[in-house]
Design a protein around this ligand. Structure first.
Ligand code: NAI
Length: 246
């Protein structure tokens, strides 16, 4: 039986699409109170309409903004009286660029969202967390290995693992856990192969032992597990969700 999240407050970034949206829908079904954010306001509102519980708080902003992130966390605490779990999911999926062609704008955008955003939310949440709270941060298969033409994205996703493992050590003594998920090919609107079309997806499936892409819902199941008491001795772990890479 799935864990109950009745009276648990979960903050989710990147909640307007893909993995963040699927996790919001799942946790709403388990009774969680949700603080949802994303830069895309229209899609965030759509996520809210797909959530079955009616205890949502929505706010659209760029997670790379320190001020907006801090204000969002403060408002969440005001509304709900605290925060139990944090899902740092907002991120920009990679586009293949030879590194010599990477612009400052692309580099800054990925760093600002994937790393600075995760830092902003984490730093703002820490003072409000109590023993039993936890973070799940989203890295990637490309946080564990390199990828030709994906150096910028790889840098952000490797950094998330180093950051998260350090936070796990820092907050573990307070009973606050931090874990990482490293998804492989997941069928979401901005996955590079999904964007490239059916042929690219078919080719990608050849690298997966299970022979298919994962779904956002399958990733959400792992996130729920990592927030639940069933994973109470996991801290600083990196959980690969990739169907078995060949
Ligand atoms: P998605 O594009 O469906 O969702 C990402 C969400 O983040 C979008 O709603 C987007 O508006 C939001 N976002 C982007 N920049 C933002 C910003 N500056 N401030 C606030 N929100 C912002 O993508 P998906 O696939 O669900 O990705 C979620 C996370 O999973 C990302 O961190 C991604 O890098 C990671 N990931 C995805 C994989 C895949 O195959 N789909 C594989 C490995 C990791």
């Amino acid at each position: 039986m799935a864990a109950s999240f009745e009276n648990k407050v979960v903050l989710i970034t990147g909640a307007a699409s893909g993995i963040g949206r699927a996790t919001a829908i799942k946790l709403a079904g388990l009774g969680a109170k949700l603080a949802l954010t994303d830069i895309n306001e229209a899609a965030l509102t759509e996520t809210s309409s797909l959530c079955t519980s009616d205890t949502h708080f929505l706010s659209a902003f760029d997670v790379g903004s320190t001020e907006a992130s801090t204000a969002f966390v403060a408002t969440t605490v005001e509304r709900f009286g605290g925060i139990d779990h944090v899902f740092n999911c907002a991120g920009i999926n990679p586009t293949a660029y030879p590194t010599a062609d990477v612009t400052d704008a692309y580099w800054d955008k990925l760093m600002n969202t994937n790393i600075k955003g995760l830092f902003n939310i984490t730093r703002a949440c820490i003072p409000h967390l109590k023993s039993g709270a936890s973070f799940v941060n989203v890295s990637s298969l490309l946080g564990l290995v390199g990828g030709a033409q994906f150096a910028t994205y790889c840098a952000t996703k490797h950094a998330i693992i180093g950051f998260s493992k350090s936070i796990a050590l820092e907050l573990g003594p307070k009973g606050i856990r931090t874990n990482v998920i490293a998804p492989g090919y997941i069928d979401t609107p901005t996955n590079a192969l999904v964007v490239s079309g059916a042929q690219a997806v078919e080719k990608g499936c050849k690298n997966v032992a299970l022979g298919r892409f994962g779904t956002a819902d399958e990733v959400a199941d792992v996130v729920v597990f990592l927030f639940s008491d069933a994973s109470r001795y996991m801290n600083g772990s990196v959980v690969e969700i990739n169907g078995g890479r060949l």
